[in-house]
Write a protein that binds this ligand. Structure first.
Ligand SMILES: Nc1ncnc2c1ncn2[C@@H]1O[C@H](COP(=O)(O)OP(=O)(O)O)[C@@H](O)[C@H]1O
Ligand SMILES: [Mg+2]
Length: 254
């Protein structure tokens, strides 16, 4: 019996913090190390901010963390982060120390490349650029915001799936734990449909805006899938505060 217990303990996946206490609780301790996780949601649900908190808190704990934006310039990302997270006082220091690396669209000229015909886009160079930066900085935590940009340019579904697979394989090879954001059309749980390419990723976290009209709408978070750990299947409301994303978990009855 002892042998079996020891084996089980040895096989348990190492966890890394998502940076968000409530989400770590939902994930039974955190993200399994080296998982490649999609954070999907409608516009304005907090995908970008969730990634930035994951990286900021990782950097605070001494792990080199890199944010790659395929959407915004570096200056804007940092300004928005400071604006939303007024209590994240160490942003400038972590950036100066190279612990938190923010790479916006202005920092990677080869993000979107035309192929020889000049009319089809490829992300091969983007993936190579991301890999070089991960190696250069010895990063352990990564976020890519958003992979929907890829879909916008890679129209052919077969090529899109192939690019997604290459990206995920590269991140796995580099042994980083990554969040990859994805825009979905609906913010409502009832209308959500799953993209066929979701099978590529180790985990899927969805952010919704549900519950009626405009200001009555409540953002909620759900873990749909997470390889390597047990997790909560609840849909949990959250708020974006100056000190980060706060999940409004209902305490368990003892
Ligand atoms: N300064 C701020 N104070 C409070 N909430 C903010 C602030 N800035 C952004 N937010 C909230 O964060 C949301 C945007 O988050 P973001 O991560 O950019 O969304 P997404 O990436 O999903 O489009 C806004 O819709 C708003 O609710
Ligand atoms: Mg965003």
């Amino acid at each position: 019996m002892r042998g079996i217990t020891a084996k089980k303990i040895k096989m348990a996946r190492e966890k890394v913090s998502s940076g968000i206490a409530g989400l770590d609780k939902m994930l039974n301790g955190g993200l399994p190390k080296s998982n490649q996780v999609v954070v999907a949601g409608g516009p304005g649900t907090g995908k970008t901010l969730l990634c930035l908190e994951f990286l900021y808190r990782g950097a605070l704990a001494g792990e080199t963390s890199i944010f790659f934006s395929l959407e915004e310039e570096t200056g804007m990302i940092i300004a928005n982060m400071k604006e939303a997270y007024g209590q994240f006082t160490e942003i400038d220091r972590l950036i100066a120390e190279g612990k938190l690396v923010i790479k916006g669209t202005d920092q990677a000229s080869s993000l979107i490349q035309k192929d020889k015909k000049g009319n089809i886009f490829t992300f091969t160079t983007t993936i190579a650029d991301i890999e070089s930066a991960v190696v250069e900085h010895s990063a352990t935590k990564v976020a890519i915001d958003s992979i929907s940009v890829m879909k916008l340019f890679v129209k052919d579904p077969f090529e899109y799936r192939s690019v997604s697979t290459s990206l995920v394989s590269m991140l796995r090879k580099q042994n980083v734990t990554a969040l990859l954001t994805m825009e979905i059309e609906t913010s409502e749980k009832e209308r959500l449909t799953f993209e066929p390419e979701f099978f590529v990723y180790d985990g899927i976290i969805i952010l919704y805006l549900s519950g009626g009209q405009e200001e009555n709408r409540v953002p909620t978070i759900e873990v749909i899938k997470m390889r390597g750990t047990q997790h909560s299947f609840s849909t949990v409301p959250y708020e974006i505060t100056p000190n980060g994303i706060n999940l409004l978990l209902i305490p368990h009855k003892e």
